[in-house]
Design a protein. Structure first.
Length: 81
């Protein structure tokens, strides 16, 4: 992940990648999540899909009309480190 990349969102793809890494390195999935996926983030958790949906709904709704072409980082502190 680069300096402007978002945090991981809990999706079936991400869950499968965590499980695959755990199997290939013979470690528990929790260790892959903590030591690899979440290591660079200030907030140590995955973003839930509902959180992304809430931001999209805000931006697409009447209260988000002032946002035009702006980047909205959803990175759980990645850029704050």
């Amino acid at each position: 992940m680069g300096p402007a990349d978002p945090a991981f969102v809990r999706t079936p793809l991400v869950e499968q990648q965590i499980a695959d890494q755990a199997r290939s390195h013979d470690v528990p999935p929790e260790r892959v999540l903590e030591d690899v996926v979440l290591a660079p983030h200030a907030v140590k958790r995955l973003i839930e899909p509902e959180e992304v949906a809430e931001v999209v709904a805000f931006l697409a709704g009447p209260t988000g009309r002032g946002f035009t072409g702006a980047a909205i980082p959803m990175d759980l502190g990645w850029t704050a480190r």
